[in-house]
Write a protein that binds this ligand. Structure first.
Ligand SMILES: Nc1ncnc2c1ncn2[C@@H]1O[C@H](COP(=O)(O)OP(=O)(O)OP(=O)(O)O)[C@@H](O)[C@H]1O
Ligand SMILES: Cc1ncc(C[n+]2csc(CCOP(=O)(O)O)c2C)c(N)n1
Ligand SMILES: [Mg+2]
Length: 305
């Protein structure tokens, strides 16, 4: 077999396959409890809490429009990271900001961006402890990348991988239409809900790429299949099942947990937040939601369908 580097292009592979190939065989010390593949990495640094690590980027033209108000871009960039910490049952602590912009970006825009970042960090109790600023070639799309640390009690961490056959599947809130409604810019990450649900969920993740992509990920990571009861999906007003499956950026929590008194208790503690049973985990291999949902590099093939 040839050792020549693959000439395949990322767009012919799609994000999932690209990442799958890249993460195979990465070095991992013994203190890394969860590496690539979950919402956050989990590291044991001693003490009562485990350390959570996450990095996440938003790009003009991909995650927000060039005309989007910069405060909302800043909020979104930070809130996505808060959401991933919540998805592990944890809380957000420190954030660092990488800004890549071309020289013709306005100072007013980046100051607006920071107002949004600061607002979100303050709301969720996170510190912003530094970052990095680099120039892009003229015309390059602005990119904001947020890295962060979170913490989760040692016995409270929830991964995607510990769901069990016959667990029920639940989602918080409602799904669909996040881009058209601009909810993807202003969403409130399920920070308190995630911490609370971490006590009861066997497996959990946040929904960023659409249920059609994210549900099979949770089931696969847990070594399970799934049944989705589409008629149970909690839809945002005016949205279709197809949108709930495929639009993405709902930023709600998907969890696998056996039914129990915790459901009524959740509704008592979070009276304004929906929690809906949408199906269950089953034997490995069952469940097929078809293609669709969000996948970076695949936009051309999606548009041409
Ligand atoms: N280039 C990369 N190198 C190493 N690991 C990566 C790379 N890209 C993604 N990963 C890992 O793959 C997993 C999936 O990444 P992804 O960004 O889709 O996270 P997610 O939680 O599914 O999505 P979101 O961040 O939108 O909630 C994560 O564990 C992430 O750390
Ligand atoms: C201009 C513009 N076009 C499309 C979208 C929709 N969108 C972008 S990324 C993504 C999935 C999650 O991203 P990631 O996988 O990076 O977490 C979705 C649904 C948008 N927000 N803005
Ligand atoms: Mg996630």
């Amino acid at each position: 077999m040839s050792d020549a580097p693959s000439q395949e292009r990322l767009e012919s592979l799609g994000e999932e396959e690209v990442v799958r190939r890249l993460v195979a065989g990465l070095p991992m010390g013994k203190n890394v409890l969860v590496g690539a593949g979950d919402d956050c990495a989990v590291v044991d640094v001693g003490g009562d809490d485990l350390l959570l690590l996450k990095t996440d980027a938003v790009v003009a033209g991909v995650h927000f429009l060039p005309e989007t108000e910069p405060e909302r871009v800043g909020w979104k960039a930070a809130a996505r990271v808060v959401s991933d910490f919540a998805a592990m049952g944890g809380s957000s602590h420190e954030l660092m900001v990488t800004l890549a912009a071309s020289g013709n970006e306005s100072m007013a825009w980046v100051e607006g961006l920071y107002r949004g970042l600061v607002k979100c960090a303050e709301r969720y109790g996170a510190s912003i402890v530094g970052g990095e600023t680099v120039s892009l070639p003229d015309g390059g799309a602005t990119l904001i990348s947020i890295s962060g640390t979170g913490r989760v009690p040692r016995n409270g961490v929830v991964t995607r991988g510990s769901g069990r056959v016959d667990d029920d599947l639940w989602v918080t809130g409602r799904l669909g239409g996040s881009f058209e409604s601009e909810r993807h810019l202003d969403f409130l990450p399920r920070a308190e809900e995630g911490k609370w649900l971490g006590k009861y969920a066997h497996a959990m993740m946040d929904l960023s790429d659409g249920l059609r992509r994210d549900l099979p990920r949770l089931a696969r990571a847990s070594g399970c299949g799934f049944v989705l009861e589409e008629e149970c999906l909690p839809l945002h007003d005016g949205c279709t099942v197809e949108q709930a499956l495929g639009d993405g950026e709902d930023m709600e929590l998907l969890l696998a947990a056996p039914a129990g008194d915790w459901v009524a208790e959740f509704q008592r503690v979070f009276p304004t937040v929906g929690l809906t049973r949408i199906g269950r985990l089953t034997a490995e291999g069952e469940g097929d939601l078809g293609s669709g949902g969000w996948q970076h590099f695949n936009r051309k093939s999606k548009e041409s369908k």
